[in-house]
Design a protein around this ligand. Structure first.
Ligand SMILES: [Zn+2]
Ligand SMILES: [Zn+2]
Length: 225
């Protein structure tokens, strides 16, 4: 396999802590928001897609606001709220139609498209997972790097296993996963031990520190900073 930038990006992500696919996917969502903030807010086509989706999802809306551009958020949602108010007005004016007013308003407010931040994230997810599964079949450097990594979250492991990986890749994925699950549970075991009412010791902040890794292992990494 010819090695291009995506390969090295993937390897770099595998070397860092946590699920590499989560990391790369979150980054792609962020890159979209960044470009959107600077260029796309005034791009008519993109603006139309955002309007159809009724803005962005909960996660990407707050991320756009806090991390990228309060101004871009303002321009976007001024538009979305205007649209919502128009939809309500239009639904109220439609008389003699079978549907109830509630149903007409509800229909008007329902998104007609998906969050573009999520789209960017999902595309990246598929691309990187595909490359990972492909790379783990026979690429020694990737196999060694992966063997010493945190592996995937369970969400991405399931997707990876669903993409018909080669036996060799499956075995490596599972070996890393089992090791990781054991390590995370070991870290958590102090909390579980102290949850027993017969144990007098209290849970410490250090015990709580083990939780993000455990949660990320199951539901995927949290988008930070
Ligand atoms: Zn993941
Ligand atoms: Zn989203």
């Amino acid at each position: 396999m010819e090695k291009h930038t995506p390969y090295y990006e993937l390897l770099e992500a595998i070397r860092q802590s946590g699920c590499p696919v989560c990391r790369l996917a979150i980054r792609s969502g962020d890159r979209f928001l960044e470009t959107y903030s600077y260029e796309h807010v005034n791009d008519i086509e993109i603006r139309e897609l955002v309007r159809a989706a009724r803005g962005f999802c909960h996660h990407h809306t707050w991320r756009l606001f806090h991390k990228h551009s309060p101004l871009g958020t303002a321009l976007t949602f001024f538009d979305i709220l205007g649209e919502a108010s128009q939809q309500i007005g239009a639904a109220k004016e439609q008389q003699g139609i079978m549907r109830s007013l509630a149903a007409r308003v509800r229909k008007g407010l329902t998104p007609q498209g998906t969050c573009l931040g999520c789209d960017a994230q999902n595309n990246a997810e598929q691309r990187h997972l595909g490359l990972l599964v492909e790379t783990l079949r026979g690429d020694r450097e990737a196999q060694e790097t992966y063997a010493n990594s945190d592996g995937l979250c369970l969400l991405h492991l399931r997707t990876a296993l669903g993409s018909r990986p080669a036996r060799e890749a499956t075995e490596l994925l599972l070996r890393v996963q089992e090791k990781r699950i054991a390590a995370v549970r070991e870290q958590m075991s102090e909390i579980v031990r102290k949850a027993d009412y017969r144990v007098k010791e209290r849970v410490t902040p250090k015990d709580i520190d083990s939780l993000p890794a455990a949660l990320a292992q199951v539901v995927g990494e949290e988008a930070l900073d």
